[in-house]
Ligand binder design. Structure first.
Ligand code: RBZ
Ligand code: NIO
Length: 372
């Protein structure tokens, strides 16, 4: 991490203040939390990974000074939308206009993320960070925060200026601040942007020093030959932008190869870590935003939960690299925040288990032989 390079440009103050205020999670209460988990009326460890989720949610509550019980409500997803110049290189099955059309679909409540957030009782906010065209009309749940008319083609030069990238990251930080101030306890990431699997792939290659062929996949449905073409476009983007491996300055890499919605989500993740809010990362593209945030400040990992393993083949490679296990594995590959909307009920169940189950003593249930 290089804070001095993050400060390059005239207005990185919010970002600098944010990264300076992020700290690792204090894990000293782990044995006490584990003892409580082990005293609940169940064989030790029998609720599997729900117990790990409850443990970390409890540590997060304690670190934030919100008491010593886990909280997973209320929850809010920010679905950030922006266009990508690299869409002109034939890297997606769908035309660029779909980004804008899908934002209208979000605002009308008809997209998968609308349906899933309604069924999970999660609030949804849609953020226009850089969708091509005019601003959207004021609509409840929409934030008009367009920074630019999409990015430029990464295979021909940088996606955006460093200044635009800082603005997008700082927008994300401000969204986390607002969520924290409004009492939100779990924040989720979502995105919409045709061709953003190409930007995400380029970011992974740069940050994790991976060859494009190993993680380039179909996105919205490319065939084998089209995937090879997409990997070539990613390779050109790395070359044209003279990306150093590994990059000394994660912000410059994000500006060169990322997207406005991706940078905004990186800021959201950093902002959640700063305010000690649990943040749930969606699929392939959101995880690229996470990797950028993690390169800027590795302690974001303490606050992050991975919603699901995407069917986009590169995602499992990346999750393995990060040594993290997603909550769900449903073979989904949509984005928008759909995986988060489905994973939040699991976090709620983990919190409810810790908060509401009876202990052996309370219920008059005999403990195991070795707990005597
Ligand atoms: C109708 C439709 C709805 C979507 N919702 C999310 N995505 C997803 O697909 C896009 C990334 O894939 P690629 O890089 O191949 O373009 C992103 O917008 C992502 O959110 C969608 C894509 C489409 C076509
Ligand atoms: O995993 C995702 O989020 C994903 C994968 C392919 C296309 N859009 C999104």
């Amino acid at each position: 991490m290089s804070l001095s390079s993050i400060s390059s440009g005239s207005t990185g103050t919010i970002l600098q203040e944010c990264t300076a205020a992020i700290s690792a999670l204090n894990k000293s209460a782990t044995p006490d939390i584990q003892a409580r988990l082990d005293n609940l009326t169940k064989p030790r460890g029998s609720l599997g990974r729900l117990e790990d989720l409850a443990l970390r949610l409890t540590l997060i509550s304690m670190a934030a000074g919100r008491g010593n019980l886990p909280q997973a409500d209320p929850a809010r997803i920010y679905t950030c939308a922006a266009d990508h110049g690299v869409a002109a290189r034939g890297v997606s099955k769908f035309p660029q206009e779909v980004t804008r059309q899908m934002v209208f679909n979000f605002l009308n409540g008809g997209a998968a993320v609308n349906v899933f957030t309604r069924s999970s009782d999660v609030e949804l906010r849609v953020v226009d960070v850089g969708v091509k065209g005019a601003d959207f009309a004021d609509t409840p749940g929409l934030l008009n925060r367009k920074i630019a008319q999409g990015t430029a083609d990464i295979s021909a030069g940088p996606a955006m200026s460093l200044q635009e990238c800082i603005s997008a990251v700082e927008l994300g930080i401000s969204l986390a601040e607002q969520a924290a101030n409004e009492g939100i306890r779990v924040v989720g990431t979502g995105e919409m942007g045709i061709a953003n699997t190409t930007a995400a792939t380029a970011l992974y290659c740069a940050y994790l020093d991976l060859p494009p062929e190993t993680i380039t996949g179909p996105g919205t449905g490319l065939n084998e030959q089209e995937i090879r073409h997409k990997a070539g476009v990613v390779g050109r983007a790395l070359q044209t932008n003279h990306v150093e491996l590994p990059p000394a300055d994660p912000m410059r890499t994000l500006a060169a190869l990322g997207g406005l919605e991706i940078a905004c989500l990186s800021g959201l993740i950093l902002g959640c870590a700063r305010r000690k809010l649990a943040v749930v990362i969606d699929g392939f593209i959101s995880t690229a935003a996470y990797v950028a945030a993690w390169k800027i400040h590795p302690s974001v990992g303490d606050y992050a939960f991975f919603a699901h393993g995407s069917a986009e083949p590169g995602h499992s490679v990346i999750l393995h690299h990060l040594r993290v296990r997603p909550i769900l594995d449903l073979g989904m590959r949509l984005g928008e925040g759909t995986g988060v909307a489905l994973a939040i009920p699991i976090l709620r169940a983990a919190a409810a288990m810790y908060n509401n189950m009876a202990s052996f003593a309370d219920a008059g249930v005999s403990g195991s032989d070795d707990s005597a």
